[in-house]
Design a protein around this ligand. Structure first.
Ligand code: CUA
Length: 338
């Protein structure tokens, strides 16, 4: 290494650092270098191809530049000599460039056409509305009894395409579940459509991918893909009205909730019918609170109700003044909503 010029050593070190960070990138839940479905697979293959092509181009150009520098240093400052008028280099360079770029364009067009519509007509349609800073999810159906609203965590059947209708209540957001599909913006006043399909059971993470204000980074989405029968069981539980409180503390919590929280939140089957905030009919069945910001545990739930601004500064949810016992009643009530 000591014999090499400093610039060449710097290039070696940069390539080594990139190589070391690659496995770390692949292990992150939002990695777009792995895919799990008919929408994401062709995009992933194209991504890898373009990535490899770009790396090869950088290496070839870097190699030529280093070779040129080394030669001019060896020749005591002479520039690289050109045989003839040097046109051969230009012709070869242009030909290679045109082949690479044209190939990339054609491949991209083919992939876009392939992922533009699902391979089969989706049986399930979700109406997803982006809001500062959470996702309202409405399961659509021809049967009114199968229509319901939830938030931030949605379940889909494995191996089936699901149509996603995207809209926004306030500003532009972007629906992005990297393992299942590329980004699609949610734009106020218009409906964009995309589709997802998961080919293996599991939890797939999504994230708002368009800067939308202070809590853009805390606008996560969990997609749980599961076999049809498990999905149907989940759907039946979600459709059902909220559970009724089974003890005195939770019953008092239901009353407090109706007085203090129901202007924004709905709990189906009760007096609470607000539509500004997430529907909480089955809050206890969700793994996280505040659009993936904190886990849905008793401690976090109490802390979130007591001071939402601490966890998500700027969130539309205010800290509603509650006494200690009222807070505990509301928490106990929400914990029954499974
Ligand atoms: Cu919503 Cu960024």
């Amino acid at each position: 290494m000591e014999m090499l010029p400093r610039s060449v050593r710097a290039i070696f070190i940069m390539v080594a650092l990139c190589a070391m960070s690659a496995p770390g990138i692949a292990a992150t839940p939002l990695s777009y270098l792995r895919s799990h479905g008919a929408h994401a697979d062709p995009v992933k293959t194209l991504t890898w191809a373009l990535l490899v092509l770009s790396i090869v181009v950088v290496l070839v150009i870097t190699g030529l530049v280093v070779w040129g520098i080394a030669r001019s240093t060896a020749d005591q400052g002479d520039v690289i000599s050109r045989e003839g008028n040097g046109l051969r280099f230009v012709t070869a360079g242009l030909t290679l460039t045109v082949i690479a770029l044209l190939g990339s364009v054609v491949w991209t067009m083919v992939v876009l056409a392939r992922v533009g519509s699902p391979p089969a007509e989706p049986k399930l349609t979700l109406d997803i509305n982006g809001r500062q800073w959470w996702w309202r999810v409405r399961y659509e159906s021809d049967e009114p009894g199968r229509v319901f609203v939830t938030a931030n965590e949605l379940h889909i059947p494995v191996g089936e395409p699901v149509r996603i209708k995207l809209s926004s209540l306030d500003v532009i957001h972007s629906f992005w579940v990297p393992a299942l599909a590329g980004k699609t913006d949610t734009v106020p006043g218009q409906v964009n459509t995309t589709w997802i399909e998961a080919d293996a059971p599991g939890v797939y993470f999504g994230q708002c991918a368009e800067f939308c204000g202070a809590q853009h980074a805390h606008m996560g989405l969990r997609i749980v893909a599961e076999p049809r029968d498990k999905f149907e069981a989940w759907l039946r539980e979600q459709i059902a009205p909220a559970a009724q409180p089974n003890d005195a503390v939770a019953a008092a919590g239901q009353e407090t909730f109706a007085r203090r929280c129901a202007a924004c939140h709905a709990v189906r089957g009760t007096k609470a019918g607000g539509i500004l905030g997430p529907d909480l009919s089955h809050l206890a069945s969700r793994a996280t609170l505040a659009a993936g910001t904190i886990p849905n545990t008793a401690g976090h739930l109490s802390a979130w109700i007591a001071d939402p601004q601490h966890f998500k500064p700027g969130t539309r949810m205010p800290a509603v003044p509650l006494t200690g016992s009222e807070l505990e009643q509301v928490r106990a009530y929400l914990a029954t909503l499974n």
